[in-house]
Design a protein. Structure first.
Length: 296
């Protein structure tokens, strides 16, 4: 059933071409494109196969697809099957049913909408636009301090006091963590918590560490998980990401922003009447909502 659900949209897309009428266009749809098959006189181009591979998530947008590879041949077979199924659907008159007309029109609208979005985004997201936003964020950013700590977590205050006594006699923090800490996530790495900034730490940890220098032992203090003893290994200024590290997030933001602007413009010009009653406000933002742009 899952394979059928995945296959149906492909059949619909192929049916669009089958129902469009007109003669066979022998011209390559893209520069350097290559005809790789012919089905009942209709040409299948290498770009058709690559587009299908992208749609199935087999390759990423912009990745090459060698037309001699097994993957290309497998997807080509699927595209051929799509055309055969669409032609047979047309022969049986299924393309004339009201349901088919509505589904084909919905597919056409989705494709055209995607093409419009692609064209708007392609113009908006240039290397210069990415660099400009990156430099703006660098100016706004307040680089914060990162602290590397180690943790020994105990069940009771008495156990925590005993551990502090051991440490005061010169016992190794790492060795004591491995022997006595009840935090299974860190005990076997000597309690190493790595680098974190205060704003992402639990409040009890952040308050205890705020002004403590590297090399100091902190605690014991009570947390949700028990009684904690910390050692401050290092303090350093947080390093901002490089342009290349930040690029994917910047591109996502610019894409969302341009699509939002486009839809606001289109809705502002269009006559849209909702025929439903007022909807209840959602309890929370949907998971697909774009994250707010950071200001510092």
């Amino acid at each position: 059933m899952r394979a059928i659900r995945r296959f149906l949209p492909l059949v619909i897309a192929a049916a669009l071409a089958a129902c469009s009428g007109g003669g066979v266009d022998e011209r390559a749809p893209e520069p350097g494109d290559r005809a790789v098959a012919r089905v009942e006189g209709a040409i299948i181009w290498a770009s058709d196969v690559k587009r299908e591979a992208v749609a199935q998530g087999l390759i990423g947008e912009g990745e090459p697809l060698d037309n001699t590879s097994p993957l290309f041949r497998r997807v080509l077979d699927e595209v051929i099957d799509q055309k055969l199924l669409a032609r047979e659907a047309g022969r049986r008159g299924l393309d004339d049913s009201p349901l088919a007309v509505r589904r084909l029109e919905a597919t056409r609208e989705r494709i055209l909408g995607d093409m419009l979005v692609d064209s708007v985004v392609d113009r908006a997201i240039s290397d210069q636009a990415v660099r400009t936003l990156y430099e703006e964020q660098l100016r706004l950013a307040r680089t914060s301090e990162e602290i590397r700590t180690r943790l020994i977590l105990l069940r009771t205050r008495e156990e925590a006091d005993a551990v502090v006594g051991l440490l005061n006699t010169g016992a190794s923090f790492e060795a004591v963590a491995m022997e006595r800490s009840v935090d299974q996530a860190t005990r076997f790495s000597g309690g190493d918590l790595g680098y974190s900034t205060l704003d992402v730490m639990p409040e009890a940890y952040a308050n205890a560490l705020r002004d403590r220098p590297a090399g100091s032992t902190v605690g014991p203090f009570q947390t949700e998980g028990g009684w904690a003893v910390l050692r401050v290994e290092d303090r350093r200024r947080e390093t901002p990401p490089t342009l290349e590290q930040a690029r994917p997030q910047i591109v996502r933001y610019l894409t969302y922003d341009k699509v939002r602007q486009l839809l606001e413009q289109l809705r502002g010009r269009a006559d849209v009447d909702l025929l439903l009653g007022p909807a209840e406000a959602p309890a929370q933002e949907p998971a697909s909502a774009a994250p707010a742009r950071a200001q510092g």
